[in-house]
Ligand binder design. Structure first.
Ligand SMILES: NC(=O)c1ccc[n+]([C@@H]2O[C@H](COP(=O)([O-])OP(=O)(O)OC[C@H]3O[C@@H](n4cnc5c(N)ncnc54)[C@H](OP(=O)(O)O)[C@@H]3O)[C@@H](O)[C@H]2O)c1
Length: 232
């Protein structure tokens, strides 16, 4: 796919469902050329058909996947202007006494290592152009202390710490960094629907607003919640 020099491009992870799929849709509607990724090849094919965009099905659990994914996106798009680090999961609400080393490793790989390596690849690509935007979808869980959420909370706290350092490093080379801290969003993230939570379209709109903000604005941190949530 050839990208015109004036069209902005975006790599969106976790674009097969939920918030990421809506971000890809809304960026595409805003005339971005998007590259989408997720694990489920059938869902990914459906998103690609709908948006007429490129993509790659990949499991970010593997240590090689983030670098290979970024290279594929860069090859398809020509350059990556925006990285939306959105893929993530919280497999279960588990008391610490039930947490296994495998569970910890899997959460680390997808919720922390993958976004860090993708951000590294993006920064290497963006720095010479002195432009670009890296968005890390974190969670309002960093503002809360919840029983049975220790693994997910630990990874999102670490991602929050990383994102803060990245804001400083990327600023030096003209690259914007945004940490997004959504409260509950009604997606397949949970086993049961939560109609009282935010619609994924609404959460995506807040993310797209950060990416499409005026050129002289960088949104460093954005926290938003459904009205039912009180973790503040
Ligand atoms: N929903 C909420 O209440 C909420 C609140 C705060 C923050 N967040 C954060 O928002 C982000 C998106 O969540 P969501 O609610 O949209 O969840 P979702 O509907 O479950 O979607 C998660 C996305 O991440 C992808 N993903 C999961 N594991 C992956 C892996 N190993 N390799 C590659 N891709 C993987 C999924 O791909 P496949 O489906 O193809 O496997 C899917 O596209 C996550 O980082 C989550 O922590 C969510």
């Amino acid at each position: 796919m050839t990208t015109s020099p004036t069209t902005r491009t975006a790599l969106v992870t976790g674009a097969t469902r939920g918030i990421g799929r809506e971000v890809a849709r809304q960026l595409s509607a805003a005339h971005f050329t998007v590259f989408v990724t997720g694990r489920d090849a059938n869902l990914l094919a459906a998103v690609r058909r709908e948006l007429g965009c490129d993509g790659l099905a990949t499991d970010l659990t593997s240590p090689e996947a983030p670098v290979q994914l970024f290279a594929a996106a860069r090859a398809a798009l020509g350059r990556v202007d925006v990285l939306i680090n959105n893929a993530g999961f919280n497999r279960a609400k588990t008391p610490l006494t039930g947490v296994t080393a495998e569970e910890l490793d899997a959460s680390y790989a997808v919720n922390l290592r993958a976004p860090m390596l993708l951000a590294r690849e993006a920064l290497r690509d963006m720095a010479p152009r002195r432009s670009g935007h890296i968005v890390n979808v974190i969670s309002s869980v960093v503002h809360a202390r919840l029983e049975n959420y220790s693994v997910y909370t630990a990874m999102k706290h670490a991602l929050h710490g990383f994102a803060g350092c990245l804001i400083k490093e990327a600023r030096l080379v003209g690259v914007k960094v945004t940490g997004v801290y959504p409260g509950g969003v009604n997606t397949s993230f949970r086993a049961n629907p939560r109609p009282d939570y935010l619609r994924p379209e609404s959460a995506a709109r807040m993310i797209v607003e950060c990416v499409t903000a005026p050129a002289d604005v960088v949104v460093h941190e954005l926290t938003f919640r459904p009205m039912v949530e009180t973790n503040f």
